[in-house]
Design a protein around this ligand. Structure first.
Ligand code: NI
Length: 171
């Protein structure tokens, strides 16, 4: 099922998401719907708060690299190294992109939907996706990591997204 993507201005995107206590059928269904939504948009990653559910779960798929789709529950970055700047965007902030400095490599510890612990290392694009999606779980958006000049230049566009899309979604 395709879910509605929450846009910039929606308070759920700024909340710190709650840890998941238990893998349930409902959680698995949400993960499947998030994968459907990510593919539909299309995107390479999606965090639960982006579909309005403030819990610590992300999905990602980098099809070009044969990675995923996979869902990670309560993901945590336990190791990081290197720095690299590259262009980034976000399904919650349409039509905006900018260069963000991220770690080149990260190791992520998470739970998978079968209830097992996974420790996985990623480099380059998948590493960037992990950092971007885990940021969402802490209410951080990629625009927060742009340089101040670029952010200032985007202010009007951001204001437009938050006032139009967000107001439309409220009944
Ligand atoms: Ni995003």
């Amino acid at each position: 099922m395709i879910l509605d993507i929450r846009k910039y201005g929606d308070p759920v995107l700024r909340k710190k998401a709650q840890p998941v206590a238990k893998i349930t059928d409902e959680l698995k269904k949400l993960a499947a719907d998030m994968v459907d939504t990510m593919r539909y948009e299309p995107g390479v990653g999606l965090a639960a708060p982006q579909v309005g559910v403030s819990i610590r779960m992300i999905v990602f798929e980098v099809a070009d690299l044969g990675l995923g789709p996979v869902a990670y529950v309560n993901p945590e970055i336990i190791e990081k190294s290197g720095e690299v700047a590259s262009e980034e965007g976000c399904l919650s902030i349409p039509k905006i992109s900018g260069d963000v400095v991220r770690h080149k490599r990260v190791t992520v510890k998470a739970m998978t939907l079968d209830g097992k612990e996974a420790v996985v290392s990623y480099e380059d694009l998948p590493s960037r996706v992990m950092q971007h999606e885990i940021d969402h779980l802490d209410g951080i958006l990629f625009i927060d990591r742009l340089n101040p000049i670029k952010r200032a230049l985007l202010r009007a566009k951001l204001k437009k997204i938050s006032s139009t899309d967000y107001r439309l979604r409220k009944e």
